[in-house]
Write a protein that binds this ligand. Structure first.
Ligand code: P6P
Length: 317
């Protein structure tokens, strides 16, 4: 009989983070437990499919995108320590009706349900979040800090198991949701990306839209007999590469030079996790975490995973 792990998320946070930050992370994870329940029974209720609306990126929002966004937004605004929320599903910042009164406040940037087009076909999806201190002259400026200033970042992967992968910038820790105790339990105390370059993840359907440096990398990856894996859910592809070694690529395309993925609530949180786990993330020339954002929803080319593979992209050889 294997020994059941027992360290809860609440215990871990109480040992590592200030109370107000614990409140924010706990709000996100409690919202994720509600989202998990909805995903697991979506086929029995009328919440599959498109909401018949589009987001600021002119992408069709799924019903569950909007439901997940509402759950997380309301849970965070109730904490009284969140000054503003930037969400993939919101054109502008969301702020509490009553400004927070606490000494330490945060801004939170979220992709409420990444990969949501996969829900209808029962493929893993995820919630991605980035947390910054609200230290600038206004919450929008606090949201536009370089990713290196994040004080915490993470994602919840709704897969066969529901997992929280978190960094508060002292390494990367993995938690597994235990439905018997309705809480996240430490399951992976210290995650490091292995130096086995097992996978590359790219939508090869875009091959004729790639620029030369990306095409060169694909040729290199195939010469190294690295396997191709592409789920179409960034969180799932990133998670596999984090645990097995590899690289995820969403390059700039000829007609879309800044790519598709959003810097603030996709690139930055995953880049911080990856760097804390010993990997790296670039836009093809600069470290993702060193980019100073200009707008909430700006996109970036993203190459993220093993440092050696990411450096191969930067070296353009
Ligand atoms: P494509 C999902 O819409 C997403 O944002 C990521 O989760 C995923 O990796 C990517 O887009 C898939 O995009 O263009 O390959 O379908």
């Amino acid at each position: 009989m294997t020994k059941q792990r027992t360290t809860t998320l609440a215990h871990y946070l109480s040992e590592t983070s200030p109370t107000e930050l614990n409140t924010v992370i706990s709000a996100i994870t409690s919202a994720s437990i509600k989202i998990r329940a909805l995903i697991h029974t979506a086929g029995l209720t009328d919440i599959y499919g498109s909401s018949q609306t589009t987001n600021i990126h002119d992408e069709e929002a799924q019903k569950l995108d909007l439901i997940a966004n509402t759950i997380i937004k309301e849970t965070l605004l109730d904490t009284t320590v969140v000054s503003a929320i930037a969400s993939e599903e919101e054109d502008t910042l969301c702020t509490p009706s009553v400004p927070p009164q606490k000494t330490r406040n945060y801004v939170v940037l979220i992709d409420p349900l990444d990969g949501s087009s996969n829900i209808d076909v029962n493929i893993s999806v995820g919630t991605i979040f980035a947390i910054y201190d609200d230290i600038k002259e206004n919450p929008l400026s606090s949201c536009l800090q370089p990713g290196r200033n994040q004080i915490a970042a993470g994602y919840i992967l709704y897969g066969p198991a529901t997992m929280l992968i978190l960094t508060v910038k002292n390494g990367v820790i993995g938690f597994t949701y235990d439905p018997n105790h309705d809480t996240f339990i430490v399951s992976h105390p210290s995650i490091k990306i292995p130096d086995t370059h097992q996978y590359y993840s790219i939508n090869e359907g875009n091959t004729y839209r790639l620029r030369p440096e990306s095409l060169n990398f694909l040729t290199y990856a195939k010469s190294q007999h690295i396997s191709s894996r592409y789920v179409g859910s960034l969180v799932a592809d990133f998670h596999r590469n984090l645990f097995k070694g590899g690289i995820y690529l969403y390059p700039g395309l000829i007609e879309k030079p800044n790519g598709k993925l959003r810097l603030l609530y996709e690139g930055n949180p995953l880049a911080l996790i990856c760097e804390q786990a010993g990997g790296n993330a670039t836009n093809g020339t600069d470290n993702i975490l060193d980019i100073t954002p200009k707008t909430l929803h700006q996109t970036t080319p993203l190459f993220i995973g093993n440092t050696a593979l990411v450096q191969h992209i930067n070296s353009r050889d």
